[in-house]
Design a protein around this ligand. Structure first.
Ligand SMILES: *[C@@H]1O[C@H](CO)[C@@H](O)[C@H](O)[C@H]1NC(C)=O
Ligand SMILES: *[C@@H]1O[C@H](CO)[C@@H](O)[C@H](O)[C@H]1NC(C)=O
Length: 216
């Protein structure tokens, strides 16, 4: 009886906590990691060379990072519209994210200071392409630089980025490089060349596609 009472009391006191354990357990660490991840990107950005004319773009990009860190909607909205390259190892070449979400947030008419642009970046890996047997224990760099049997080319892909409207292609290139550097493909892409293909912001004439957007 005592045991049951104890259990009931325990359940009453800690039931909620126990239910939340999986999240709570990872909570502080996951949060710390996330903050580190975001401030690492900010730090990488600050380490690059910026001309004076580029500083407003840098500032606005850092604002996005800081406001993602504290979960502010407008910034998390921007961040959520981009995707990490996915399926690249099996030949996916387009990692476009969400065009409409990027250029048309609900506050597009009311908060011009938050205006963003959607840019298509073409990423080309330089570096030698060598033939290599499939070896799961090799490094990713070697893997992607090898020519595959079915001739899947890893040396190119298209990536959609969502950045402050004020940024010019030259700055966008640097920001894209830093963002990519901080994905799981990081060092693999350190030798990549980035071209900014086209950028678009919202205006009354922008045709929104709602799920369908042809970039090429
Ligand atoms: C989030 O951080 C930014 C920049 O540090 C700050 O301006 C903003 O007020 C913060 N937002 C919230 C909801 O705390
Ligand atoms: C990529 O990451 C490395 C290691 O953190 C850093 O030294 C380098 O400056 C980064 N490059 C870019 C373009 O952000």
């Amino acid at each position: 009886m005592k045991t049951i009472l104890c259990l009931l009391l325990f359940g009453f006191l800690f039931g909620d906590t126990l239910l939340q354990t999986p999240v709570a357990k990872n909570g502080p660490d996951a949060r710390t990691n996330r903050l580190l991840f975001l401030s690492n990107i900010a730090e990488n950005l600050l380490h690059q060379h910026w001309d004076d004319v580029e500083l407003p773009c840098l500032q606005k990009t850092l604002d996005i990072m800081r406001n993602v860190q504290n979960h502010t909607v407008w910034a998390t909205w921007v961040w959520d519209s981009m995707q990490s390259p996915t399926g690249w190892f099996v030949g996916s070449r387009n990692h476009l994210g969400n065009f409409d979400q990027c250029i048309h947030p609900p506050w597009v008419e009311t908060h011009p200071e938050l205006l963003t642009q959607y840019c298509v970046a073409n990423i080309a890996l330089t570096g030698e392409r060598i033939s290599l047997k499939e070896d799961p224990y090799t490094t990713t760099d070697l893997y992607v630089s090898s020519r595959k049997k079915n001739n899947l080319a890893f040396n190119k892909f298209t990536w959609g980025v969502c950045l402050p409207a004020i940024c010019k292609p030259n700055s966008i290139k640097k920001i894209a490089a830093t963002f990519l550097n901080n994905t799981h493909l990081g060092s693999t892409l350190s030798e990549a060349t980035i071209y900014i293909d086209s950028c678009q912001t919202y205006n009354e004439n922008t045709e929104l596609s709602y799920g369908y957007y042809l970039t090429l």
